[in-house]
Design a protein around this ligand. Structure first.
Ligand SMILES: [Zn+2]
Ligand SMILES: [Zn+2]
Length: 278
């Protein structure tokens, strides 16, 4: 069954996030547990958990995912920023665990001049300092490669896990289609799609990809720009998404949208994805 949903807000509570998702036509969802551009993690209470879990049970949804704040930078050469980032990720992971949300995803960060190799090593080192809860899996999101961000290639993502004290049992990968495309991975033809999956299989292991972000791209292949577009209306186009969401390696994975919140909105995009799923 297609598991598709959108990023929704928790500002009116976790039960309202679930009903918003339902109204949009989704059966999975993504939330922040704090301000996406701040360090503060929302304090999660036992009643947040029961509200959330009982709303989920009613509508038979899941698995949900929490997206980390954008300030996190595990690749940084600066110790103070690294320390703040570790605290933030730990707080958000603990919030996930309390809520009973099985996945947490964040962007690895930027090396800001220290070099890609050092950046990747830094990410691994900081991952190793976390105490990942048993009921939540930490996912690294692939990036578009803008500026000095690391994590644009399968090799870099794999190194971050391999060089850490964790394994793919605790840390997985979340692939964002806009970021993949901007980083130079094409999947607009079936041959390109097969190539992408065989690279992912060889380098990461396809079973270690746990979640998908579906976004079209405003910019061309390899542009390294991260600007999301409505599904089918950007440079990736409908056929690219048909190839991606129907591929045997990905079709069973949960998928969330982070498309622009303009007049079209998420409901339109969820419908579009459903129409492309075979
Ligand atoms: Zn993201
Ligand atoms: Zn994303």
């Amino acid at each position: 069954m297609l598991q598709i949903g959108a990023h929704v807000s928790i500002s009116d509570g976790f039960d309202s996030a679930v009903s918003t998702e339902e109204e949009l036509g989704g059966n999975v969802g993504q939330v922040f547990v704090g301000s996406p551009r701040g360090w503060k993690v929302k304090e999660i209470t036992e009643s947040d958990r029961t509200d959330f879990q009982s709303s989920l049970e009613e509508v038979q949804m899941g698995p949900w995912i929490v997206h980390g704040t954008y300030l996190i930078n595990f690749a940084t050469p600066k110790d103070d920023l690294a320390e703040k980032s570790i605290q933030a990720v730990q707080g958000e992971l603990d919030a996930c665990s309390t809520l009973g949300i099985p996945y947490y995803v964040f962007h690895p960060g930027s090396h800001t001049g220290a070099g890609e190799e050092t950046g990747v090593e830094n990410v691994a080192e900081r991952l190793s300092e976390l105490d990942i809860p048993n009921n939540t899996m930490l996912l690294l999101e692939n990036t578009a490669g803008k500026g000095t961000t690391v994590g644009k290639t399968f090799e870099q993502l794999d190194q971050m896990v391999e060089l850490s004290t964790y394994t793919y049992d605790e840390v997985g990968i979340c692939l964002d289609t806009c970021h993949l495309f901007s980083a130079g991975y094409d999947f607009r033809t079936e041959d390109d799609m097969d190539q992408l999956v065989s690279e992912a299989t060889e380098v990461i292991g396809i079973e270690n990809i746990q979640y998908l972000h579906l976004n079209d791209s405003k910019h061309p292949l390899g542009s390294e720009k991260d600007e999301h577009e409505h599904i089918g209306e950007g440079e990736i186009g409908e056929q690219g998404f048909r190839n991606f969401i129907n591929h045997s390696g990905f079709r069973e994975l949960p998928m969330v949208l982070e498309t622009p919140e303009d007049s079209k909105g998420y409901a339109w995009n969820i419908k579009k994805v459903r129409s492309l799923y075979e």
